[in-house]
Design a protein around this ligand. Structure first.
Ligand code: GDP
Length: 196
């Protein structure tokens, strides 16, 4: 499958070290501790590659995975971690703004949100930077196993409603790395992006 065949390529510390923008990229972004590393590990299927950090916000590297078709999965630094100095936080957010709003090769964004705390102001900020590119965004509401069925469905409906103004450009689903739920749905969305 698309994700399972992805291989870790490189970790970089600075955006200027990104590969040449000549092949399609799909970025993963999310608030620190939202479950981004776990989601990438679950989708790609290697536990050793995107390290699940016990100290959120510590490893601020951009991890790049290469898929068979040449497209890259770009694991961006998590944002919003409180325990780093304000100056460092500002630098990370500036990096994200630059990348999301200007990267020509970025064809779609997977935005990871904890299903119990979706759509924080910084999540909205990421949407506001990327959505003007006109390219698609898919929201993974992670850790859905922490909600029972009723509240999970309510959260999904609520987030969809709040993002309705963006129309088809933004899609939303529930995801659980723990229960391995939502993998097929996520993969279908990304496969659709790569076809266009
Ligand atoms: P990141 O900072 O966004 O990369 O978040 P991590 O992937 O490191 O996850 C943060 C914490 O949430 C870790 O303790 C994970 O074990 C936990 N976690 C991540 N995904 C899930 C999930 O789907 N279900 C549950 N129950 N816990 C999760």
């Amino acid at each position: 499958s698309l994700f399972r065949a992805a291989r870790f390529e490189i970790s970089i510390a600075r955006p200027q070290d990104l590969p040449a923008p000549d092949r399609a990229e799909i970025a993963f972004a999310g608030r620190s501790n939202a479950g981004k590393s776990s989601a990438i590990n679950t989708l790609v299927g290697h536990t050793r590659l995107a390290f699940v950090s016990k100290t959120p916000g510590r490893t601020q590297l951009i991890n790049i995975f290469r898929m068979n078709n040449g497209a890259a999965l770009v694991d961006l630094p998590g944002y919003g971690y409180a325990k780093v100095p304000e100056s460092v936080r500002k630098q990370w957010v500036a990096l994200l703004e630059e990348y999301l709003s200007r990267r020509e090769s970025l064809i779609g964004l997977i935005l990871i949100m904890d299903s119990r705390h979706p759509l924080t102001p910084l999540d909205q900020q990421m949407l506001n930077w990327f959505a003007p590119t006109g390219r698609p965004i898919h929201v993974l509401l992670t850790k859905s196993d922490k909600l029972t069925r009723g509240p999970a469905i309510q959260t999904l409906a609520k987030v969809r409603k709040e993002l309705k103004a963006w129309g088809d450009q933004i899609t939303v689903q529930l995801f659980s790395s723990l229960k391995k739920q939502g993998m097929d749905e996520a993969e279908k969305v990304v496969a659709g992006w790569l076809e266009h």
